[in-house]
Design a protein. Sequence first.
Length: 281
Amino acid sequence: MATSGGGAPSLHDLAATIVLVGAGKMGSAMLDGWIGLGLDPARVAVIEPQPSPELMALAARGLRLNPDRHALRDPAVIVIAVKPQVAAEVVPAAAPLVGPSSVVVSIMAGQRLAALERALPGGTAAIRTMPNTPAAIGRGITVAVANAHVSAPQRELAGRLLAAIGTVEWVADEALLDAVTAVSGSGPAYVFLLAETLARAGAAAGLPADLAGRLARATVAGSGELLHRSPLEAATLRRNVTSPGGTTEAALAVLMGKDGLGPVMQQAVAAATRRSRELAG
């Protein structure tokens, strides 16, 4: 597994044509990241039936919005960023855009490479990815897997584009994407639930509900930022906060007990992994 961390590479020098199919939340986050890293809007064509005012503004700067598809000849990258429920309609419609040197990058949850390959021309280079919602602020993490037709330059180009929304991890085994979905794809919801439950516990302990909410939100956000910036492992950071015989140790005795957070989280991730497999067929 290879990681692309740190600052995302500049896209000022990118001369390739990028087609973005779908500009909802994730597609728009990617587009914002590309433009923020210096990509010329004229290098991007967006196919989006309900363009936002932001897209219209980018069109005034050269972005090609809903162009004649016959004019999109052999784009370097075609990013399909639509909900998986419309994949059966959208992917075949995008197939005519695929040229000899194109690579198709899917960010559709649960859509396996085999399904993409069936809907696209034979021999199409395809990459399946699983990003997560912190991509909206450039702090996401995306796991990607490529099929056998993806060349090293295509993988490098796709990695540069994905890095615009956060860290990129590559895996060789597509089967891992179900567990990836359960950990990082669904993971933000687990963290938000932690903030919710911490706030409720604070209110139950006697704090005013609004104050408990602010304390929980700031604590989860600040701890996440510390974890992001620190070179220390999460377990080390936890031990550094825990004084022998203190309040944190008393709380952790509950959270780390046999019926505590560890077993519950394992059950939750296992359930999400199973559901990911079921949805993918």
